[in-house]
Design a protein around this ligand. Structure first.
Ligand code: SAM
Ligand code: SF4
Length: 333
């Protein structure tokens, strides 16, 4: 275990110990809140190779990042992604390697992920009704995702969390069904407020917005919730349900600003180190990785220097044109 003093500290004294690494911008789904129906994906030359992704992961861990989450796009559709997972899983100093996935490939890959050292998994699931699931994801097959969730449960992950983005008029009527589904299988469930990332015309984000408080009110019809003290520094606020080991989380970028606790950075698959989900402040790590004159020290120093760019907070406004035109699949959600 690395016992050096933290090297990644921003101007506001926040220590960065958590990084999300996007391993692809591609996806087999087109969720209505995340992507446009027709998407142009990045040409291969602009995307970090698996080796480059590993270099970034290693540098972050050497600088004190303890938790690394692989995401995308859909991380499990990246060719040979398991090679990267296996190598990252062996990094000394990394306390936790996790992944966020849409579940479509888990039937095949849940066990290899567990064996490669992934201890926790987040699986996105917005509906338990085949038709509705298809309408939200535009191309997903619910039965396949459910088989993937079963495979993940059988693979013995320490914790599995379901993520559900709740949209008014879409799936708010499934809040209790999703809760029962997760709780009955011993999984946590986080409800996410939709964020204005990328320009979409499929729905009006202000009209479909469903706040975490509204979701919690619906849950409280069936569950007695008590707040859980959680020190992960993340945006989720957790509640325990009486009589159950499962927890319900709320990710509320609008109704509850979590910036003062932020301990994280993101790296896009183009190698942009993003200092904040809701701002464009970033540093180009790909240029450093591909500069023959730079080595591992330069990469580490570039990441350390980037901390000065981390803004104090984000400002999301659902009624305005999005400030952030990159889609969530580019950001690494
Ligand atoms: N494809 C994987 C998945 O869906 O789990 C990983 C990437 S996805 C971008 C990560 C998470 O971001 C998912 O739980 C998804 O529901 C969420 N997400 C995507 N677009 C969002 C948006 N505009 N607002 C809030 N959450 C969003
Ligand atoms: Fe794909 Fe995940 Fe975005 Fe859905 S939320 S389109 S599964 S990247």
């Amino acid at each position: 275990m690395n016992c050096q003093p933290p090297q990644l500290v921003d101007r506001f004294g926040r220590e960065i110990s958590y990084a999300r690494l996007s391993v692809t911008d591609r996806c087999d789904f087109r969720c209505v809140y995340c992507m446009a129906e027709e998407m142009k994906f990045l040409p291969r030359s602009q995307v970090l190779s698996l080796e480059e992704l590993f270099e970034v992961g290693r540098a972050l861990v050497e600088l004190g990042v303890r938790k690394l989450r692989l995401t995308g796009g859909e991380p499990l559709v990246r060719n040979q992604v398991m090679r990267l997972v296996e190598r990252l899983g062996q990094l000394p100093g990394l306390a936790e390697l996790t992944m966020t996935t849409n579940g479509s490939q888990l039937e095949r890959l849940a066990l290899p992920l567990r064996q490669a050292g992934v201890r926790r998994l987040n699986i996105s699931l917005d509906s338990l009704q085949q038709d509705k699931f298809r309408r939200i994801t535009r191309s997903g097959d619910l039965r396949r995702v459910l088989r993937g969730i079963d495979a993940a449960l059988a693979a013995g992950f320490e914790r599995i969390k379901i993520n559900s983005v709740i949209l008014k008029g879409r799936n708010e009527d499934e809040i209790l069904a999703l809760a029962e589904f997760a709780q009955g299988r011993g999984m946590d469930l986080s409800f996410i407020e939709e964020m204005p990332l990328g320009l979409i015309d499929e729905h009006n984000r202000a009209l479909s917005f469903c706040s975490s408080d509204e979701v919690r009110e619906i849950l409280q019809r069936c569950y007695t919730l008590t707040p859980v003290d959680d020190s992960t520094g993340g945006p989720s606020r957790y509640y325990a349900a009486a009589g159950s080991a499962a927890r319900f989380g709320f990710i509320s970028p609008h109704s509850h600003n979590f910036c003062h606790l932020c301990n994280r950075v993101r790296v896009t698959v183009e190698g942009r180190l993003l200092l904040c989900l809701g701002n464009e402040h970033s540093v180009d790590l790909r240029a450093v990785l591909r500069d023959p004159a730079s080595g591992r020290d330069t990469l580490r120093q570039t990441i350390i220097d980037a901390m000065d760019l981390k803004p104090e907070q984000h400002h999301f406004d659902l009624n305005a044109e999005p400030d952030i035109i990159r889609f969530m699949n580019m950001t690494g959600g």
